[in-house]
Structure formats: C-alpha cells, structure tokens
Design a protein around this ligand. Sequence first.
Ligand SMILES: NC(=O)c1ccc[n+]([C@@H]2O[C@H](COP(=O)([O-])OP(=O)(O)OC[C@H]3O[C@@H](n4cnc5c(N)ncnc54)[C@H](OP(=O)(O)O)[C@@H]3O)[C@@H](O)[C@H]2O)c1
Length: 270
Amino acid sequence: MKLFSVKNKKIIITGATGVLGTAMAHHLAKEGAHIIIIGRTASKIEHLVEDIRSKGGKADAFLADVTSETHVIQAAAQIQKRYKKIDILINLAGGNMPDAVVRPDQTLADLSADAMKKVMDLNYQGTFIPIKHFFPLMLANGSGNIINISSMAASRPMTRVAGYASAKAAIDNLTKWLAVELNHKHGPEYRVNAIAPGFFLTEQNRNLLTEKDGQLTQRGHQIIQHTPMGRFGDPEDLLGTLQWLCSDASKFITGTIVAVDGGFSAYSGV
Ligand SMILES: NC(=O)c1ccc[n+]([C@@H]2O[C@H](COP(=O)([O-])OP(=O)(O)OC[C@H]3O[C@@H](n4cnc5c(N)ncnc54)[C@H](OP(=O)(O)O)[C@@H]3O)[C@@H](O)[C@H]2O)c1
C-alpha cells in the first residue's frame, strides 16, 4: 500500500545487529528500503549486510561506536561520499548496563557514578551524536525523519535500573525538543518521533527477567502481570509502528513517543 511505502528510502540504523534491530533491518529491506547499518563490531555488521543481500535486499554497513563523535563524523563523511543524502535515521543502539543497576542487596551508596555516566553516554550521547552528524545528510535531502528508541522506564522509573531509566527519559525530552527545533529552524519537512517498546526478551534484560533454566524471575512475573496482554513482546510487534513512522502515513506526526507495550503503560496494576 503506497501510503505506508518505504521503498527506496535510505535508512541509517544504529544498533541494527541487536535483537530488535535485526528484525527491523530485515523488515525495512524486504519493504524495499536501502539499509545503511552503523555498528561497532565488524563481524556482526558484515554478517547482517550479507544476510539482507542474500534475501534480495539492499544494505551497506559502516563501522562506528555511536558514543565516539570521531567515529560518527568519519561514518557520516563516508556515507555522504557514497549516497549524498539520507531519508531516515533510526537510533537503536543502546541498552541497560549491569553496573548501573542496584541489585536487591545493594543501596544508592553502591551505585557507581562511572557506571551512571557510561549508561548515559551509550543511550543519550549515542542518540544525540548520530543525530547531530547525520542530520546534514537530511538537509541535503530537503527532508528528514528521525526515530529514537525510548523505553517504559522513561516515563515511570522502574526499580533497580536507575541509569538506563534516566537516559531514556532524556531521550524522550530530546525527541520533543528536537521536533520543535527542526521545524522552527529548517521547515516542516523534518520529523522526530520515538518508539517506547514494552518488554521484549533480549540479551540486555534476559538476566533480569528469566532464570538460567528459562523460568521467569519474580520481576519477570511482575511484568507479565502488569501487561494486560499477558506476554512479552516479539520483535515483530514493533514492525508495523516502525513502518508507519518511517512512511508518509505519519507525515503530520512529530514530537510523539509511541508505546508498543501490550498495554503496560495504561495499567495502574489495579
Ligand atoms: N529489549 C527490550 O525489551 C527493550 C525495551 C525497550 C527499549 N529497548 C531499546 O531498544 C534498543 C535495542 O535493544 P535490543 O534489545 O535489540 O538490544 P541488543 O540486542 O542488546 O542490541 C543492542 C545493539 O546496540 C549496539 N551497540 C551497543 N553499544 C553500541 C555502541 N557504543 N556503538 C554502536 N552500537 C552499539 C549493539 O552492537 P554490538 O552487538 O556490536 O555491541 C547492538 O547492535 C536499545 O536502545 C534498547 O534500550 C529494548
């Protein structure tokens, strides 16, 4: 359907080799987009490119750690040389970090300032730096569309995951601020939105949500109980919202944070 088309759009995806990113990159490639992968592990980005191409999709990859401005500037220069312009940036690189979590036997006194800085660097700076240095490729295009990745922890902090929740809250704020800034300074053809996924069983949260034998932890149980749909999300659950935000179907939408959470954020628990 044309309204939701992403055909021939040039889409940069950071964190594309992760669990959610791999599903998104394959889906958008299958829908005819040209995927430009940014990743910090050469073997992983090369493997994803080969995989997408072997299925008939279009993909390329550039090596960069999103927390390094130098790396991202270099990647932007390479992309500019090859493509001149891009349509969409999806900022998926991010995640929780074990040292920025307060274990049940710990208190605030155990929370390392260094770990808090690292989790902010990855999630917040790792979103801001790609936006700053890939945005000129959107200006060259005359239009642009940025999709950030938030979390349920952003709007209502969750126990234990102090740093990650703060970083994702900052991403929500940046999403709204930037939506206004880009329209005021560069015109109505620029959009910035975020997706706030609910709970998807992936590497970053597997230890918090499941035991080694795959049984749910107490926290895992609590989450399922507070999710009206009664399950964790599958990466495929994000694809419809992603395609909608990437396409002209959402062309009057900017500055929003869309929850894809099985009802988690609507439920008070009572
Ligand atoms: N899973 C969930 O339930 C959930 C819920 C809400 C939000 N999210 C968010 O969704 C996004 C993707 O999550 P996921 O579950 O797919 O995570 P994941 O499987 O852990 O993937 C994370 C991705 O980010 C990349 N990455 C990490 N640090 C990077 C850096 N410094 N520079 C460049 N790339 C880096 C990883 O590459 P390497 O493998 O090379 O390190 C990987 O491709 C994250 O922002 C996460 O916070 C996830």
